[in-house]
Ligand binder design. Sequence first.
Ligand SMILES: Cc1cc2nc3c(=O)[nH]c(=O)nc-3n(C[C@H](O)[C@H](O)[C@H](O)COP(=O)(O)OP(=O)(O)OC[C@H]3O[C@@H](n4cnc5c(N)ncnc54)[C@H](O)[C@@H]3O)c2cc1C
Length: 401
Amino acid sequence: MDFSLSPQMEELLPQVREFINSKVIPLEMPVKKKGFRASLPELNAIRAEVKKRGWWTPQMHKEHGGLGLSLVDHGLLSVELGRCSLGHYSFNCQAPDAGNMEILALFGSDAQKEKYLHPMVRGEIRSCFAMTEPEHAGSNPVWMSTTAVKDGDDYVINGHKWYTSSADGANFTIVMAVTDPNQQQHFRASMIIVPLDNPGYKFVRNISVMGDTGDDWASHAEVRFENCRVPQSNLLGGEGMGFAIAQERLGPGRIHHCMRWLGICERSFEIMCEYAAKREVAPGVALGTRQMVQQSIADSRAEIDAAKWMVLHAAWAIEKFGQKEARDEVSCIKFFVAGVLQRVVDRAIQTLGGLGVSDDTPLSYYYRHERPARIYDGPDEVHKQSVAKRILKRYGISISK
Ligand SMILES: Cc1cc2nc3c(=O)[nH]c(=O)nc-3n(C[C@H](O)[C@H](O)[C@H](O)COP(=O)(O)OP(=O)(O)OC[C@H]3O[C@@H](n4cnc5c(N)ncnc54)[C@H](O)[C@@H]3O)c2cc1C
């Protein structure tokens, strides 16, 4: 097995690391203090620089205006970008836009691509994805109340969604709504594009998450659709294809998230090691000489490396065999890497003591903002359950509920 990087990645990764260190990480604290929207001029300048360097929208195919990296190569790049909370946004491969670009490229009509995909790839507009509803368990996504009913040439959408990430300031959302309640449960819902200047769309609030409401791209909204009328041509793919499209979105999406989390792990690990080497617990005695700190370092290194190879293997499996065949690998990385992320950040905080829980390093931000990793895109338990069920099936037990 050959673990070496392609010549393109050998050249690209160190350049991107240097760029993130010198240009993007210095913006991290000021953006947190000032707010995201108020920092857009500085962020747009960084994005322009990324474009100039030819690194823009790395995950999209060249025919759609991206850099055309494979899933494995984009995964490797994502680790570098994930070292800074602004990395993916700076390169136009941030969630939820990256997932929406992907499904628009795969399932969008020519008119939808022209109106939504191309401006998004150019970085002119942002989007969001509205599936989860406060009244229903998001871990069972086929259960929803939002409906889209045909009326003349339109759909009329009614429903209540929350955790619609990045809705604040977005141009459009892709909403998941039931179009045929009489169908078998996986064919009841469809994805429909709703421009957010539609009078039937109501922005309720940005939800405060772990003490932070955020704004603009860095936020999670509660929204309502009240007799929200859109032309039927806004349907993405076919009617009843909502869950099939969601599967397309979630496989690569989980690879992107996991590799971003590994970037956070790497940054936390660097901060932990630098502190252990520098901090003295007594004159001339570095914290890193203490064996329990060494254990934190060694455990973190081993877990990050194990997680990284699992994710790269899952990315390779998706590319080689397709989403469906790779679903066990994808479920395993989703809960395993989220756990590694939580443990590594926690160890880094513990190693830094009071400094670790202060807001003077990015660790406390990671601790709060990345805790949802074990919940969104399927909670740990759901992924563990689906992997175990498929394994047990091979041992003769078929578990339907
Ligand atoms: C920061 C953040 C961003 C998000 N962004 C988006 C977005 O952009 N768009 C969108 O549509 N949604 C988004 N979500 C919603 C997310 O996908 C849901 O929160 C997730 O699917 C879980 O649904 P729920 O919150 O309703 O939890 P529930 O379904 O109510 O589950 C609660 C808990 O029960 C446990 N549980 C659930 N099922 C099982 C089981 N089978 N066995 C054992 N235990 C179980 C789990 O511990 C789970 O955390 C986001 C969520 C967060 C926190």
